[in-house]
Design a protein. Structure first.
Lengths: 162, 99
C-alpha cells in the first residue's frame, strides 16, 4: 500500500491485487474489541459510575455500528478500488483515513486481546484457532503504518531503543 | 546535538479547562498497551487534542516508558469527551478524579 498522491480532498493509494485482498479480509474481522473492554475509570465507583459506564458503552456501540456500515460499504462496493495496470487505486478522504485507522486499530487490539495480550517481543504459540489473529494484528500494523506515513507521521530517531 | 525537551502543558489547560476553582478536577489518563504503534498514538493525540507533534510525542513516550501519562486536567464533562474520543481509537484511556 503506497501513497501515490495527496491533496486537500484526500489521499490516493496504490494496492497490489494481493494487498487489496488482504485489506478486505482484515476488515471482515471488524469489530473485534469487546464492548466491555473499555472503562471510564480504573478506580471504579464514583457517583453515577454505573450510569456513566452504560452511556460510554452505548456511545461506543453507536460508533462501532457506524464504522461497521462503512466497512460493509467498502467490502460491497468494488468501484471503491479503481483497477489499474499494476493493481488498484484506493481514494480516501481525510475523514475516511481516520475511520480506517480506527477500524484497523480495533482489529489490531482485538487480535492482541484474543492472543492473550502478549508483551512486546513475546510470540504467542500459533494454533489453527489463533493464526487469523496473528495475521490480523501484523497486517493491521502494516496498513496503519502506510496510512500514518501518508499523513506525515513517522518514527523519530529520538525513539530509538524504545 | 542537544535535544529540546518539551514539557506537557498541563498548567495552561488547568486555567482554561475549568469552569470554576470550586469544580472538582478530573484527570484524563492514557495507559500503556504494548500493541499500539508509537506513530499511531502520536497521531491520535494530535487529532484529539490538537497538539503539535512535539507535545504529542512527549506524552506518547511518557506512556511507553512509564506506563501512563496524564493528558489533561479538566471538568468531568470535558474528561468524558476526551476519554470517549481516545477509546474510539482503541486507546486505553480513563478519567480519574483528582485526589
Amino acid at each position: 500500500m503506497k501513497l501515490i498522491r495527496a491533496n486537500k480532498s484526500g489521499h490516493v493509494f496504490h494496492l497490489g491485487q494481493r494487498e487489496k485482498q488482504l485489506l478486505l479480509e482484515t476488515l471482515k474481522l471488524y469489530p473485534l474489541v469487546p464492548a466491555s473492554h473499555h472503562h471510564l475509570s480504573k478506580r471504579g465507583k464514583g457517583p453515577n459510575a454505573d450510569e456513566n459506564q452504560r452511556l460510554l458503552e452505548e456511545a461506543l456501540a453507536e460508533q462501532r455500528q457506524d464504522n461497521r456500515r462503512q466497512v460493509l460499504a467498502m467490502l460491497n462496493e468494488p468501484q471503491r478500488f479503481r483497477a489499474t495496470k499494476s493493481g488498484f487505486e484506493l481514494r480516501l478522504t481525510p475523514a475516511q483515513v481516520e475511520w480506517l485507522l480506527q477500524v484497523l486499530n480495533d482489529v489490531r487490539v482485538g487480535s492482541w486481546l484474543a492472543l492473550g495480550q502478549p508483551e512486546q517481543g513475546e510470540e504467542p504459540e500459533l494454533t489453527k484457532q489463533n493464526v487469523k489473529y496473528c495475521l490480523g494484528m501484523e497486517l493491521c500494523g502494516l496498513f496503519e503504518s502506510a496510512l500514518l506515513a501518508a499523513l506525515g507521521v513517522s518514527e523519530s530517531p529520538r525513539w530509538a531503543g524504545d | 546535538m542537544a535535544e529540546t525537551v518539551v514539557m506537557p502543558d498541563i498548567e495552561r489547560e488547568e486555567k482554561t479547562g475549568s469552569k470554576s476553582d470550586l469544580e472538582p478536577a478530573w484527570l484524563v489518563i492514557c495507559w500503556n498497551d504494548p500493541v499500539n504503534l508509537m506513530t499511531y498514538v502520536t497521531h491520535v493525540f494530535q487529532t484529539v487534542f490538537g497538539w503539535n507533534k512535539q507535545k504529542a510525542e512527549f506524552h506518547m513516550l511518557q506512556i511507553h516508558r512509564q506506563g501512563k501519562s496524564v493528558l489533561a486536567r479538566t471538568t468531568m464533562e470535558q474528561a468524558e469527551h476526551y476519554v470517549h474520543q481516545l477509546q474510539k481509537y482503541t486507546l486505553h484511556a480513563t478519567m480519574e478524579r483528582e485526589l
